[in-house]
Each structure stands twice: as structure tokens, then as C-alpha cells.
Design a protein around this ligand. Structure first.
Ligand code: ZN
Length: 402
């Protein structure tokens, strides 16, 4: 009896502890914008939405004065936040605000440097140490080397020349360069939605690791023929910095921000900047080498939404929702209740009169290898269906031999 009580107390304690962890993981985040040579009024709310959607961050957008305004009025209390996201490229901050930001980072605050934020503050030495690499703003050899990959070799190139360029916007392949919590589980290469491919960045590049690069092919307009850094992590004092050069915003975000690769690496990079770890799973709609994957509303599709799409599949359409389903099945491998849950959803679609014959054929194929006793009654009924009897017989035999 005593042992059972002890166990109960331990379990209760553990649950309290876990729920406390959950509450603590609502990281207060400050997104700074208000000046940019980009559409910050479009990008900042999207950055907020992308981070808020994880349930881990609660974001507040703070605007600086407009260009030429009195920067002394911009004076955030950085100590209130765990993470600062920079969507800012504009006038210098006051000395007080600059030193407040540096103290925040040195004391262990997390930072996300987003796209043109690495164009900002060319004269601010410490800021350039935080971003590692920057572009434009008369940056050149005085600011540090060009940093890029040539084949598999990391190059720090001190030759003279301007910092910052990009060719014509295009879809491009992003190549993962190292194992890191942010890139763990991502494909080796994936296709990014149409974006600027930032190139020829230069800077101090201290305490910096390059997580991913993209090849700036000159045949596609203005490329350097180098593998340019896309995603970077840095440390500054006790602070961690995640730097993404991607995500050029159009009105409504556009393909660069809608790209699931951009969204996912931003979410994972932000978590890592705060905690040094990543607990978020790679979503099932992450892009592959074969194609981009965009979310027009920036929200991750639920498995229920995927199942609703699957029912209307026919042979002329893309099998991408089945690919999602298969990746969900693989993720549940070894988890019987998780697999049963998916199987029940699949059987519901299989039974639905509106579901197309092509969709039912593919569902039977999936069920034949991942299914259980649960599917046997509906499969038995389909043994008499002229369109489906072969697939049903196959699934029936497979499930019976298990
Ligand atoms: Zn841009």
C-alpha cells in the first residue's frame, strides 16, 4: 500500500512539474521593426504568427520611430524578454538602447536575425559580432572576410570587394551543412520557395557555425557560383543567436515566407536561441529536394485536414497528401495507439461514399502494411466490390498473415 501511495505522489509531482514546464515555455518575445528597406508591415505580423503558432512564444511587436525620428523614444526593457527578433534595418539606436540590447545578449538572451536585419548597423561593431555576417551599407574588406563553402570546404576570403548581393529571385536548394538541434531530422537538401539568395555577405564571423548553404548559380542571374550561408548560429557572451538570411517579404508574405522550410527553421531556430535545444518535430509537409512546400496561411495542416483532402484524390492529382500520411505513419512506428488512431481515420475515409475509387485503392495499400484487426470488417465488405476487390483481397491476405 505504502509503495502505491509513494508512486501516486511521484506521478502527481511529475505531472505538476510537467505542467509547470509547459507554462514556463511561453517565452516572451520582442519583435523589433518600424524601419526597413523591406515591407516590414507585411513581414512582422507574419513572424509573430509563425512563432505564436508553436505555442512556445508570446510575441509583441515594438516599433521604432520612423526614419529621422527621435530615437531616444525607443527604449525597450529587454530584461522582460527571452527572445528578441530583429526585423529592423534603419537609423542607429540610442547608446542606452544599444547597451541594453548588448547586456541582454551577453546575459543569455536569445536573438533571431531575420533577412535584412543583417543589412543594419554597419558601423556598430558589437552588432556585427552578433550577426556574424552582414551585407550592404558600404560593408567591404574592412568589416571581415567573405564566408562561403567551395564544395565541402569552408572558405574565409579576405579579398577586397563590397559585401552583400543577390541575383534574381528564384526557388533554390538549401543544403544542410552540419548536425545541430535546429537541422536534426531535416532532409539533406530541400527546395526553398522563391526568394532572394543573399550572397557575398562579410563580417567578423566569430563564434559562428553555418548550418545550411545554397548555391548561387550565375546562370540564373547574378549568382556568385559559391555555396552561400543561409542559416547560421552564433554565440555572444552567454547569448545564442539564430541568423536566417531567407524570407524576403512581399505583400502578404509571398513564397519566401510561406515556405515550410523557412517557417520550420525559424520556429526551431527561435526555440534553440532561447533554450539551446529543439523539441519541435519536423512537420510532415517539410519540403523535399523534389519540390517546394508552401503554407498560404502559415499554419501547419493537421492530420484531420490531410485526411479530408485524401478522399478526393484521383490518379491525375499529386499524391502529396498520401506522402504526408505515409510520413505520419512512419513517425508513429512502434506506437500502437498512435497507429490505431491513424488507421481509424483511414477507415473512416475508406467507408465514406464520397471518397474516390483511386483514393480507396491507395488507402487499402497503406492499410495492408500498417493496419490491424480493426480494418478487417470493412475490407471484408470490399471483397465484393468490383472496383476494389483485388486491392481488398491483397490487404485481407496481408492482415491475416500477420
Ligand atoms: Zn530582401
Amino acid at each position: 500500500m505504502k509503495k502505491q501511495y509513494l508512486l501516486l505522489i511521484i506521478v502527481a509531482g511529475l505531472l505538476t512539474f510537467l505542467s509547470a514546464c509547459k507554462n514556463d515555455s511561453n517565452y516572451k518575445t520582442l519583435i523589433i521593426t518600424g524601419q526597413n528597406n523591406h515591407l516590414w508591415k507585411a513581414s512582422s505580423p507574419i513572424l509573430k504568427q509563425i512563432l505564436d503558432e508553436t505555442g512556445m512564444f508570446s510575441c509583441e511587436i515594438m516599433l521604432t520611430p520612423e526614419k529621422g525620428g527621435d530615437m531616444n523614444t525607443f527604449n525597450p526593457d529587454f530584461s522582460k524578454y527571452k527572445l528578441v527578433v530583429l526585423d529592423y534595418n534603419g537609423d542607429s539606436w540610442s547608446d542606452k538602447t544599444k547597451s541594453g540590447f548588448l547586456k541582454f545578449v551577453k546575459d543569455g538572451g536569445g536573438v533571431v536575425v531575420y533577412h535584412a536585419a543583417d543589412n543594419s548597423f554597419p558601423e556598430w561593431k558589437e552588432y556585427n559580432e552578433i550577426i556574424g555576417l552582414g551585407g550592404w551599407g558600404n560593408r567591404n574588406q574592412k568589416d571581415g572576410p567573405y564566408v562561403y563553402y567551395r564544395h565541402n570546404e569552408l572558405i574565409k576570403d579576405t579579398s577586397a570587394g563590397p559585401g552583400g548581393s543577390h541575383g534574381k529571385r528564384r526557388e533554390y536548394l538549401v543544403k544542410t551543412r552540419m548536425d545541430h538541434p535546429i537541422t536534426k531530422g531535416l532532409p539533406d537538401r530541400w527546395l526553398h520557395g522563391t526568394d532572394e539568395l543573399y550572397s557575398q555577405l562579410r563580417g567578423p564571423a566569430k563564434n559562428m557555425q553555418i548550418l545550411a548553404t545554397a548555391f548561387a548559380d550565375s546562370s540564373l542571374g547574378g549568382g556568385t557560383m559559391r555555396d552561400e550561408p543561409m542559416l547560421m548560429v552564433l554565440s555572444y557572451g552567454r547569448g545564442r543567436i539564430f541568423h536566417t538570411t531567407m524570407g524576403h517579404a512581399d505583400e502578404g508574405g509571398g513564397p519566401a515566407m510561406q515556405c515550410v522550410g523557412f517557417i520550420t527553421t525559424l520556429q526551431r531556430g527561435a526555440e534553440w536561441a532561447v533554450t539551446g535545444n529543439v523539441t519541435q518535430k519536423v512537420p510532415f509537409d517539410f519540403p523535399t529536394v523534389a519540390g517546394v512546400s508552401l503554407r498560404s496561411d502559415f499554419k501547419q495542416m493537421t492530420i484531420e485536414e490531410v485526411m479530408a483532402k485524401i478522399g478526393s484524390y484521383d490518379i491525375s492529382k499529386s499524391t502529396k497528401y498520401f506522402t504526408y500520411l505515409e510520413s505520419e505513419i512512419r513517425k508513429q512506428a512502434g506506437d500502437e495507439s498512435g497507429l490505431l488512431n491513424l488507421e481509424m481515420m483511414m477507415v473512416t475515409v475508406l467507408k465514406n461514399k464520397e471518397t474516390t475509387v483511386d483514393a480507396k485503392k491507395l488507402l487499402l495499400k497503406e492499410i495492408s502494411w500498417m493496419g490491424s484487426e480493426y480494418s478487417v470488417p470493412v475490407i471484408k465488405e470490399l471483397l465484393n466490390n468490383n472496383d476494389l476487390k483485388d486491392e481488398a483481397a491483397f490487404a485481407y491476405a496481408r492482415l491475416h498473415s500477420k
